[in-house]
Design a protein around this ligand. Sequence first.
Ligand code: SF4
Length: 435
Amino acid sequence: MDMTRVIGPARLLGEVEGPMPELTRAAYQELVAAVGLRGRGGAGFPVSVKLADLPADGSSAVVVNGSESEPISRKDRLLMTMAPHLVLDGAIGIAKALRAPLVIVSVHDPAAAAAMRAAATSRSAAARSAAARSAAARSAAARSTEARLDIRVDESPGRFVAGEARAVLRGLEGGKAVPPGRRTLPSRKGYQGRPTFLSNVETFAQIAVLARLGAREYARTGLAAEPGTQLLTIAGDVERPGVIEVPTGVPLDTILAASGAATGSTTLLGGYHGIWLPRTEGVLLSRTVKEIPLGAGIVLALGPDTCPLGEVHRVAQWLADQSAKQCGPCVFGLGAIVDDFGRLLAGDPNGWHDARRHLGLVDGRGACAHPDGAARFLASALDAFGDDVRDHLGTGCGRPVRGVLPVRGVLPLGGGQQLRNRPVTAYGASLGGSR
Ligand code: SF4
């Protein structure tokens, strides 16, 4: 199984050599602004804005969000298991620049947690012995700062919404890992109510690469507006699934061809809060293109020998089940939409009509972006699979639901659909993953 591949320079999945420089907050601010670095967890928020939003006296904690609760994504756990020190380089560098005494890595995959824990232990031990050895050296102050830094690894629950930034913070504080009612930025009110710099695993690895290379060298690949590389998880009906590092702005068709996507497949971009693309020509993979939500960097090809609406219906059930069930759009809206899709699959035209109507009602009304993202995913399915909608409203599409779209756990199928041909296979199993 070809798990990792690279097109262009290998930065995260290869070796960027050299010591990690000691940079000030202003230097980090300048670097991330110069290359327009955006968070790699899903929202694509500019890192420079996040840094600038913190108070002048810094941050009380740096949180590495390694929850990766999107079932298709594999890139963050791969980074944490293959390159845990690169992730820590970025987190420790930012913590020192912000004078934060604490770094917390939040992760739910046991193998990734073990790798991060081992790396954190060795870093703390190395920093303590370096500080003890070089008390008189010029860099003693900086080294002792790292020696005092507390690095913790915390295992989080794997539910979909538990990966949302505020849900992560609540979980770290001992509460239920669900988003709180109010939308507050962690940079204002984060871990234990104090300003916190929180970002995704890949973002910290990118920061470490950027600090080592400098803005000019970092920008030698990728788009001018968003230079550098990015990690993508490739899944579904492809000959070569896995994680790939590519320059930003790479054409989607290049990725699909390099991965051996099945002929006649339809592409899902950005995972279960992303969109189905009826056409892929001219689509460039970049977080600067608003209309194409790249999210956590997921590209999934769905081949023509499965019922796409049945696949989407299974995911809709899972998404409804994954909500924190505390806001109306999730409690009532997503449940109703699951029912609508079930009726549509069974050939009821009112199922299609009601799905359209309900999808328009949930947008922007929850305490987090879960219902909005789910609605985007489901609405784009109705658009991209218009021929299949027509077939289901006629005599049915005649295809089985193969379970190409992974969900955690097995859900009962509705709308008269049955799994045939082969059992549901989670993507983790095909990668030899630990889920
Ligand atoms: S919108 Fe849904 S997932 Fe988000 S907090 Fe409310 S109930 Fe939970």
